[in-house]
Write a protein that binds this ligand. Structure first.
Ligand SMILES: CC(C)(COP(=O)(O)OP(=O)(O)OC[C@H]1O[C@@H](n2cnc3c(N)ncnc32)[C@H](O)[C@@H]1OP(=O)(O)O)[C@@H](O)C(=O)NCCC(=O)NCCS
Length: 220
């Protein structure tokens, strides 16, 4: 029997996660998408792509049954807030790993937590450890001995070289490259297209080739 799943968020990323779930279902019918959740109550009843916005922040208080949840918001701090609150207030909610079926066979040597979203085209090699509640968007290369913490967002087309550590709550911009054995500190941001050649201190935003810090107070 298919299990019910709710997508938190009602933007483009939510539609992409719905697409990922449909890909999983096409391989093996697993999920019944109940709909999306949007924080603005005025949007309830509207549609986000094919799926209806079925509730706002109060949705889970009224729901009296088990459900699985995925957060479709590509910003680490927001993801962390939502997942942490749901775990605390609704211990019956499940947080499945949603992995594109084409990626699954290549993940034999990946240790994985819960609540991860792993989209099409991610390539993993060996001895990799990924925590929980991360989003690996499409088409990333993740090499040997990589460590990824929790609530990390990796946007499409990133190269993560061997031995790299990405601590929790980082955002890695699309097309970035991180050279081998470097550490991206907690909450850091790597800009789109950056080539990271040195460790990135926690909370720092770096951009460019080679990547250099920009001033604090990023909008993301
Ligand atoms: C790095 C990033 C987070 C910075 O955002 P921000 O803090 O709002 O910074 P701003 O847009 O104000 O830019 C600050 C400066 O950095 C420069 N800059 C921003 N992003 C840059 C990048 N990726 N590469 C090179 N320079 C960049 C800006 O041109 C600006 O330079 P200036 O001060 O000389 O005018 C953002 O630009 C980025 O790259 N995000 C990743 C987005 C992504 O992956 N999108 C794909 C979604 S699927």
């Amino acid at each position: 029997m298919k299990k019910d799943i709710v997508i938190i968020g009602a933007g483009g990323h939510a539609r992409e996660i719905a697409y990922l779930i449909e890909c999983i279902n096409s391989k093996e019918p697993t999920w019944n998408i109940l709909g999306m959740i949007d924080k603005d109550p005025r949007n309830v009843g509207k549609y986000c792509g094919k799926y209806q916005i079925i509730g706002d922040d109060s949705f889970f208080e009224e729901l009296k049954r088990d459900v699985s949840v995925v957060v479709a918001i590509g910003q680490p701090a927001i993801m962390k807030n939502i997942y942490t609150r749901l775990q605390k207030d609704f211990p019956d909610i499940n947080f499945p790993n949603l992995i594109h079926p084409s990626v699954v066979p290549g993940m034999r040597e990946v240790k994985l937590g819960v609540g991860n979203v792993i989209c099409e085209g991610n390539i993993f090699t060996t001895d990799i450890e990924i925590g929980s509640f991360n989003c690996l968007n499409r088409g990333n290369n993740i090499s040997h001995d990589v460590r990824i913490g929790d609530f990390v967002v990796v946007n499409p087309g990133v190269n993560i070289s061997g031995g790299v550590t990405i601590e929790s709550e980082c955002l890695i911009g699309t097309g970035a490259t991180i050279l081998q054995y470097l550490k991206i500190g907690r909450g850091a941001i790597v800009g789109a297209g950056a080539v990271v050649t040195m460790n990135v201190p926690p909370g720092t935003t770096v951009v460019g080739v080679p990547a250099k810090p920009i001033s604090k107070g990023s909008k993301i």
